[in-house]
Design a protein around this ligand. Sequence first.
Ligand code: SAM
Length: 364
Amino acid sequence: MNTNNQKMSSRRFAKTSAGNAAEKLISRQVMEKDDFVALLGDFGNQETGKRLKEEALRLRTQYYGRQVFARGLIEFTNYCKNNCHYCGIRGANRNAARYRLSQKEILECCREGYRLGFRTFVLQGGEDPFYTDEKMAAIVREIKRRYPDCALTLSLGERTRESYRLLREAGADRYLLRHETADEAHYRLLHPAGMSLENRRRCLYNLKSLGYQVGAGMMVGSPGQTLWCLAEDLLFLQRLQPQMVGLGPFIPHHDTCFATEAPGSVELTLYLLSIVRILLPGVLLPATTALGTLDPCGREKGLLAGANVVMPNLSPLKNRKQYELYDDKACTGEEAAECLGCLKQRVEDAGFTLVSGRGDARQL
Ligand code: SAM
């Protein structure tokens, strides 16, 4: 969705029911697609933006006080059998220098993370068949054996229900699987044949039914995205009621089909973070690295818009640059401890407190 379109839509919808849509959201009524369209069409209207941001902050304070949860992100493989058109580690990218972490290396990341105070670890990777259910379950079991007080989040992409069941049984608590877009045609534009929105949705519902705390989400400003796609995303989130939502701007990667596309808008991402906080008040909502990549103060702005999670990188320093989903990814060159110290300060400067602890989603 380019900026001109956004402005045009903004004017068009501002005349209709945008203000009403914001009030409807704030009064916690069930939103229809048209309500979301009107709300998104009002992006750029300062009054609505201010109203939503204030309400988002009020709710995040009601649910979580000033706390910001830190998750230790371990990017353990950049091999991927998929070919998502937007992603730098897509299987067809011959220029990606591939790596995999052994169980020992993953455990070493956790050891360092635990020492630094992390109590949630997020294991994220491309869809790498090397990590069979048996291998993955063994890793999960060992992490949970060593750190029973920690929550373990997996983000391994689409797997079978049986695979999710085994990993849950092994001790995994949470699973992040962004739906990417809830609009069928847009999904097909972003992904090759063979991948489907239907399967993505099925995976999310499977995860939910197995008792995982589930995270869905989307990129903001991905090629071909319209206001209607985003309205569909919000509708999907309203239906799914996930405990976590991953929401960050799209950023082009030079070795993908979308190399020359414009990045997503930081402002629109912030607007959406506020909307999601109001829609799902108890949600765990990261201020993403992508937001921090496009704007040096992006993560702080994300927290002030309603986010309450940050995910510093715990991957070995030598591999960080190789997990290159998009160009100029932030925080690939610092030691975990250094990165955490600086982040703690920045979170405090924004008026929040970085806390360790599992930080599960809250319901009031
Ligand atoms: N394979 C797992 C999956 O599919 O969920 C996890 C890894 S995947 C690389 C993690 C997330 O990175 C994706 O859900 C996607 O939203 C995000 N991502 C990939 N390429 C991106 C890009 N160019 N800009 C912003 N985010 C991107």
